[in-house]
Design a protein around this ligand. Structure first.
Ligand code: 5GP
Ligand code: ZN
Length: 112
């Protein structure tokens, strides 16, 4: 298995998990860009937003349904946060497994 995030899902690569259910997992980013930086991903390997299909909408909606739970667990539900996904080269997507960055714990600028 080449995809690092698939390996985290499978448990063959280490990560600091913060949330898991049947469709999604969330874990701390290895190189945090904010005091709180967690990645929320579908367990299914979807390369990017360009490849989201009808059959994936349960996982995508689950991410939006659980972000408040994850933010609450991380202590940033009240102070606020940003959920962002990069798609493709111009957005700087590096890992080709769909993921949403949950950022918080400080006042965020538009770009950071
Ligand atoms: P992208 O630039 O693709 O939107 O974001 C990829 C994110 O994944 C980056 O913030 C990077 O630090 C994080 N990342 C890359 N490899 C690993 C890893 O093996 N473990 C964890 N926890 N995060 C990773
Ligand atoms: Zn993958």
């Amino acid at each position: 298995m080449e995809c690092i995030f698939c390996r985290i899902v499978a448990g063959t690569a280490a990560a600091r998990l913060i949330y898991e259910d049947d469709l999604i997992i969330a874990f701390h980013d290895i190189k945090p860009a904010a005091p709180v930086h967690v990645l929320i991903i579908p367990k299914k390997h979807i390369p990017s937003m360009n490849e989201i299909g009808q059959e994936d909408l349960a996982a995508i909606s689950r991410i939006h349904n659980k972000v408040q739970v994850i933010a609450n667990k991380l202590g940033i539900a009240g102070t606020g946060y940003r959920l962002v996904a990069n798609c493709g080269a111009d957005a700087g997507q590096v890992v080709p497994h769909l993921h949403y960055h949950l950022l918080g714990g400080k006042k965020l600028s538009l770009t950071h």
